[in-house]
Design a protein around this ligand. Sequence first.
Ligand code: CMC
Length: 378
Amino acid sequence: MAIGEYKPGLEGVPATQSNISYVDGKAGLLEYRGIRIEDLCEHSNFLETSYLLIFGELPKHQELEKFEHSINHRRRIKYRIRDMLKCFPDDAHPMDVIQACVCALGMFYPLRDLRDIEYIYGATIRLIAKIPTIIAAFHMMRQGNDPVPPRDDLSYAANFLYMLNEIEPDPLAAQIFDVCLTLHAEHTVNASTFCALVTASTLNDPYVVLAAAVGTLGGPLHGGANEKVMLMLEEIGSVKNVKSYLEAKISKKEKVPGFGHRIYKVKDPRATILQKLVDQLFEQSGHDPYYDIALELERQAMDVFAEKGIFANVDFYSGLVYKKLNIPVDLFTPVFAIARVPGWLAHWKEQMADNRLFRPTQVYTGLHDVEYTPISDR
Ligand code: CMC
């Protein structure tokens, strides 16, 4: 690439050096710190994986115990955050709620020193611990109910599902949800992570860094696609409508949510793992007709899209899992945000370790030496 050549969307332009995760979009490979995502989903869990991402290696027994204990005991939120939640409209999008609350959280723990290890550890723990509580509390309040306090004795995944419904989830549901979180925890320099890096590079505090990332994740081309997929399956309504729906989308040149990826030119490995989870979940707790629609849509979409390198991405099957776990559709993207916190934090730490302010250049396409026209002459 010639110096100064403009690449829309910075496609193929390295924005940083990183050893956190790796994607091979042709082979369909995803690794966190060199470990394949399939192995982490099978053998690890979300908090252990979070430690791996943030601190660079798998924790020893005592390190994991301390990390889990710190998170489990910081799940509660301050009453002022709860008061703030009460003031939001019931129909506010929960992604906007998270963004506002994460910023507010930072006000209670003002920036001391970005080299202060204790401050960094505290912020890391709080951000992982409290975002699920914020989302669940808002969900309860918008239905006119008191928030369900977190339970320290439940795992990270089980506790979130518990706070949403006040029912302890069965172990398979909690385990499957934990795998979903692990799957979404990190994914190289995507839009929200890039946004986190840019904000981090200004030396603002980690709460603001994460709030910026949350705002970027919410868009329908990024994390917001999982919500759009579920709405699309509901709109299609029946397997027999798949063909006409797809034809209409193609003829209107509209994107089909849940398909395509800037990096993957084969099926997203996370979609393959999620599909197995859907099978497992439905085997235990009954089939969902939307799954048949999704399968048929993927089959027909492949006839048209495969030759262009467009395949199902992570967002295509995640919604079906979340729906079965009783998670409302507008919380699908917030769940993505909960999961991505360790990835954002890992990149924030990496940026802090070797920071240089992001300040790209531009290709100016405007005019020069334009004469000022007085308002009376315009
Ligand atoms: N449906 C139909 N056509 C598509 C799709 C799609 N989902 N995705 C890409 N294309 C076509 C696009 O129309 C274009 O065709 P042509 O060359 O004929 O004009 C070509 O593929 C390239 O598309 P692009 O938008 O320039 O490619 P990109 O690298 O910017 O796309 C993407 C990446 C994720 C923005 C895009 O695939 C998309 O909008 N997908 C739907 C939204 C979605 O599922 N997003 C979640 C992405 S994975 C999770 C995450 O990152 O958060």
